[in-house]
Design a protein around this ligand. Structure first.
Ligand SMILES: Cc1ncc(C[n+]2csc(CCOP(=O)(O)OP(=O)(O)O)c2C)c(N)n1
Ligand code: SF4
Ligand SMILES: [Mg+2]
Length: 333
């Protein structure tokens, strides 16, 4: 007969009390709309934290402003809900001062690709160790239906009532064209197993991993991604031992599978440019790109004497000397 403690069997009470469970990562109740794709991303992140047993006090979710940027409130970890477009520099500041923290960034298509575009390019180039998730719903959700840089051509919004006139910015192609990239992936919110695996690999990668996630906004763009959801042929699921694993259970459901070696940047760029058939998976990874915080730390740990001598040398370079001092400094007198 099993022993019972307050109605629980001894085997349940014996569970490791120090292990974190999903509940430990739950924050405030989400205010996102019913069916919003942000919910799927939140679920994947809570699962990631539990799977990797991330200490909540050592984990920080950083965001800008927008619906997507509310995510840190819904996590039971630390968080920084920042300023519109400024999620990445905030995350970089946190990482440089506290490299021991796990830093994850949630940013919208307006937040990252519009007002924050300058920071996006440089954050990628600095390659600090963080996981960046672009929630690309192709619209400004929080401020009620304005066109974003990723809005498709012709989309009627409150700022473009007769339809957008520009072709959209392809965030994955743009990132693949930046300097110093180390991890670029594309995911969709409606395939939770694939989404989780991509986010998990992005997290395990050391360096800046950029994951663009097509995210449904049923409030302003109902049915917007239906062409992909209803027709899986329109999705090209990328598999490779260095990417999503070919034996993953969801792979079998997709006839549109494709083997893609994530070290092949040329092919990654080709795949990203074809928007009619969406490439989902890890497009590019290069684990050899150095992280800025490591390079910075190397400088930081010079002995104080060496730093002072370097500073003196720099100051001397800009010192304006009188004629007599110049002669003395030259040793010609
Ligand atoms: C400096 C500044 N400019 C503009 C705004 C107004 N604003 C807040 S969120 C937002 C766009 C949000 O769109 P996106 O980043 O795509 O996030 P979503 O709401 O779609 O998740 C804008 C323009 C602001 N808060 N601060
Ligand atoms: S407006 Fe759109 S993006 Fe914002 S919470 Fe609602 S469904 Fe999500
Ligand atoms: Mg948006």
């Amino acid at each position: 007969m099993p022993e019972f403690i307050d109605g629980l069997s001894a085997s349940i009470a014996d569970l490791d009390e120090d292990a974190y469970i999903l509940d430990d990562y739950e924050g405030a109740v989400s205010r996102w709309c019913h069916g919003c794709g942000d919910n799927a991303i939140l679920t994947a992140l809570q699962k990631l934290c539990a799977e990797e047993q991330l200490a909540p006090e050592k984990t920080v979710f950083v965001s800008g402003i927008g619906c997507a940027s509310r995510l840190p409130h819904y996590m039971g970890t630390y968080g920084f809900h920042g300023l519109h477009g400024r999620a990445l520099p905030l995350a970089e500041g946190i990482k440089i001062k506290r490299p021991d923290l796990h830093v994850l960034v949630n940013t919208g298509d307006g937040d990252c690709c519009s007002i924050g575009a300058g920071h996006w390019i440089h954050a990628v180039r600095y390659n600090m160790d963080m996981t960046v998730m672009l929630h690309d719903n192709r619209i400004y959700g929080l401020t009620k239906n304005q066109a974003s840089p990723t809005s498709p051509h012709g989309l009627a919004t409150s700022t473009t009532p007769r339809g957008t006139v520009l072709q959209p910015l392809n965030a994955v192609s743009a990132t693949l064209g930046m300097s110093n990239i180390s991890f670029v992936a594309q995911a969709v919110d409606w395939l939770p197993g694939v989404l989780y695996d991509i986010i998990h690999q992005a997290f395990l990668h050391r360096g800046l991993s950029f994951v663009s996630i097509l995210q449904r906004c049923p409030h302003y763009l109902p049915g917007h991604f239906d062409e992909f959801i209803k027709n899986p042929e329109r999705i090209r699921l990328l598999s490779h031992p260095e990417g999503l694993h070919p034996e993953a259970p969801y792979m079998q459901r997709f006839t549109g599978r494709e083997a893609h070696d994530p070290s092949d940047l040329g092919r990654a760029r080709e795949l990203a440019s074809v928007t009619e058939r969406l490439a989902v998976g890890i497009l590019y990874r290069n684990d050899a790109v150095p992280c800025y915080e490591d390079l910075h730390r190397r400088e930081k740990h010079l002995p104080i004497e060496a730093k002072m001598a370097a500073l003196e040398r720099e100051l001397d370079r800009f010192t304006v000397l009188s004629e007599a001092e110049t002669v003395r400094a030259d040793g010609t007198n």
